[in-house]
Design a protein around this ligand. Sequence first.
Ligand SMILES: *Cc1c(COP(=O)(O)O)cnc(C)c1O
Length: 367
Amino acid sequence: MKVPFVDLKAQYVSIQGEIDAAIQEIITNTAFIGGKPVNDFEAAFAELYGINHCISVANGTDSLYIIMKMLGIGAGDEVITVANSWISSSETITQTGAKPVFVDIDPDYYSLNEQLLEAAITSKTKAIMPVHLHGQAVNMDEVMRIADKYKLPVVEDCAQSHFSEYKGKRVGTFGVAASFSFYPGKNLGAYGDAGAIITNDAKLAEKCKMYARHGALKKHEHQIEGINSRLDGLQAAILSAKLPHILDWTAARIHCADTYNSLLSAIPEIVIPKRREQTRHSYHLYVIRAKNRDGLANFLKERNIETAVHYPTALPNLKAYTYLGHKLVDFPVATAYQSQILSLPIYPELSIEQMNYVAESIKSFYS
Ligand SMILES: *Cc1c(COP(=O)(O)O)cnc(C)c1O
């Protein structure tokens, strides 16, 4: 049996007619950039989130950068984010001219430890960026309480948490704005790069849109210098075709996670992911901690089971951040976990046979 880490083909096949028709329509109408397909996707995504504004952009890195840049963050400022994430979270802080300030992860939930947040705030702090990593919601009650106390905007990185909820409310609707990625492997994935910003702040929405479109809301009326960050028509049409299925796909991911939980919970050498109470985890990733992680990963690979590590090096420990002068002891949990975490295959189309095979293989590795 084969268990790929992601299986984009399986999803395409399940909705091939809808995808092919959507692509064909764009080509027939040569609606390659902007126009109705892009506006329609923005409206549909905003509607699903019950939010006023959605600004589509080229990818989920640009969306983070644009939000922070348009909040006025720049040189001399600091933005707080989490020590374990994809580099976009911190890289975009640097792109604005500000300095990324890292907070260690929560030992149970793998995302920003809210108990360490307040201590990271200085007079230079200009924003807080929680990352709902793996699809698990950050403790937003605490993050928002601290942010309100210091009057700091919260920018949510929702690249891995489409339709995750915290206490019945979708993540991405707590802060001043949220950033989404539609990279092909994300829970809602395009067939290329794509991203979006959502916000209820009309002024911020207009600024972000202007900045992403060369500083102009109307052609040739450049009020500022901006950048070129657009969602193209083909990607917008593909995303619109997928949108009616996303809640079912999210439910299927949760079902897979529940199945893994029951299959794996009795194996003493691994720790299964804990779900934060009163949340809906969208399981972009199913991350275990494993004894002899590399040995297990190699064993699974020999059995045609692909796994991955998110991420092998915590952000502050990357070469890119040596200039910040952090020591390994500064982020003890993120540092300890980087050699223990292992992401198992999870996607809506994953079969019970495949999950059984993964579980049996893990058991035989340790026996
Ligand atoms: C994927 C990802 C991004 C960036 O998205 P791109 O569309 O690849 O630019 C940002 N943050 C996190 C946490 C991600 O996983």
